[in-house]
Ligand binder design. Sequence first.
Ligand SMILES: C[S@@+](CC[C@H](N)C(=O)[O-])C[C@H]1O[C@@H](n2cnc3c(N)ncnc32)[C@H](O)[C@@H]1O
Length: 292
Amino acid sequence: MMTGEAPLNTRRSSNEAAPPGFRALAEYITRELGIKMSDAKVPMLQSRLARRLRALGLDSLEQYHRYLVSSEGAAERPPFFDAVTTNKTDFFREPQHFRYLVESALPSLDPGSDRFWNAQVWSAGCSSGEEAYTIAMTLGDFGAARQRFDFSILATDISQRVLQAGMDAIYEKPLIAPIPEELRKRYLLRSRDPADELYRIVPALRSRVRFSTLNLVGPEYRVSQSFEAIFFRNVMIYFDKPTQERVVCRLCRHLRPGGYLFIGHSESLAGLDVPVRMVAPAVYRQALTGEP
Ligand SMILES: C[S@@+](CC[C@H](N)C(=O)[O-])C[C@H]1O[C@@H](n2cnc3c(N)ncnc32)[C@H](O)[C@@H]1O
C-alpha cells in the first residue's frame, strides 16, 4: 500500500456510514448505467475499484469520483464501466430459450420458404459474446435445414473489455463445456498449440455477429433494423423498476411486429407497463399488427 493511501477495507458492518465518495459514485453509476447501488454495495465497489485507484495513484473513492467527473477523467470512464458492471455469462445459459427460438418463435414468423429471410437477433447486454454465439450456433443449425435463410446478430454492451473479448471470440476450455459436442465440431476451432486449450468461434459465425457499444440507458440507440428476437437477459436485474420499464419499452420499439423478447428466468416484467405479453417462461411477444 502507498503511504497515505486509505485502507480499502472490504469488511464493514451494516450500520457503518458509507465512506466519503461512495454515494456520489453510486449516483453516477445509477445515472449513467441505470445500475442500482445501495450502501450494501460498498465492499463490492471498493474491491472492484481498488486496482483503478492504485493505477491512478489515488487514495480514496472521493478522489476517484472527483477525477472521474473532471474533464481529464474522460479516459477513465471505459475502465470504470468495465469495473462496475457484472459480466457473468455462459454458452447455452438458460438453454430452453434457444430451443424456443427455433422451435416456436422463428417458425411463427417464417415468411415462407419461397421468400429469402434474413433474420435479425439482438443480444442486448451481451457481455463477452457467449449469448450471441449461442444464438449464432442455434440459427446456423436452423438455417442448414431451411432454404433461403440467413441471419445477423447485433451484440451490444457498455463494457469495452467484454466487447473486445466477444470480438476476439477466443474461449478457454472450461467455458465451452456447455456447448454440445456436435456443435463444438462444427463451430469451434482449437488452438494450434494443444497446450493452450483455447477455442475460437469459426469465421463463418463470427462474421454474422456485430459487436457494438450501446448504453441501454443512454440518450439514443443507434440501431436501425427491427428484430425477430431480442435477448435482454440478466441485465435489468441490476436496474430499478422505472428504468426496467423504460428500457424494455425502448427495446420493444426495435422488435418487428410479432417479435419476441427474452429476459432472464430470474427477472420479471410483472407490474411494468410494456407492449409485450408473456408466451412462455421468460419469453414475451409483441402483438402482430392488427392484433388487440
Ligand atoms: C450479467 S451480464 C448478462 C450477459 C448475457 N445477457 C447473459 O444473460 O448471459 C449483464 C451485462 O449487461 C451489461 N450492462 C449493464 N448495464 C448496461 C447498460 N446500461 N447498457 C448496456 N449494457 C449494460 C454489463 O456490462 C454486462 O455485460
